[in-house]
Ligand binder design. Sequence first.
Ligand code: C5J
Length: 228
Amino acid sequence: MTELTVTAQPYPFVLDPATTALVIIDMQRDFVEPGGFGETLGNNVSLLQCVVPPLREVLDAARALGLTVIHTREGHVPDLSDCPPAKLQRGEPSLRIGDPGPKGRILVRGEYGHDIIDDLAPIAGELVIDKPGKGAFHGTTFGAELQSRGITRLIVTGVTTEVCVHTTVREANDRGYECLVLSDCTGSYFPEFQRVGLAMIAAQGGIFGWVAPSEALLAALTPQEVPS
Ligand code: C5J
């Protein structure tokens, strides 16, 4: 077992690459680009763009190390039978889930807007979990996939921090997974939610898990040169 130590809050996070997965939550055009679900709710989606470069760096490092990589996508089957009426009817969005938008039907599986942005597109061998809810466990095979791979620790990234990232981390924490959330690889439409959402994870001795910047993870993943 090769253990790597990441400097994190509230204290160092120790991981074994063989039992750790990089989880990338909902980096879909529907949330990150104009004309999708996020924008229909009145959000400024450009606020999520800063997540892409550091997350791409982490993804490259995880791939180089052979870490398990799991992507999730929030969305619904075309007849919306997996979308609770409460979710469909809530609020006054400019377009509702299932309505035609500039990137296809809003938050519907198989549509262009539902898919993951090009910069973070999954490659062969990476798992893609389609989820109808905010959390990655609800209504999916995520838990079974983690179990079958012997994964016990998750490095969690993606959007949005206070919604799908938080729901997934809370669900994972209750199931006994140790979660490290990367601060600059998660994003919110609300800067104050980003700050408080991350603080809530590491507070109280790590009530939901650990928080660290991507540079701390990259430093741990990259073999140190020993001076001769
Ligand atoms: C939201 C998500 N915000 N991926 N979904 O509705 O966080």
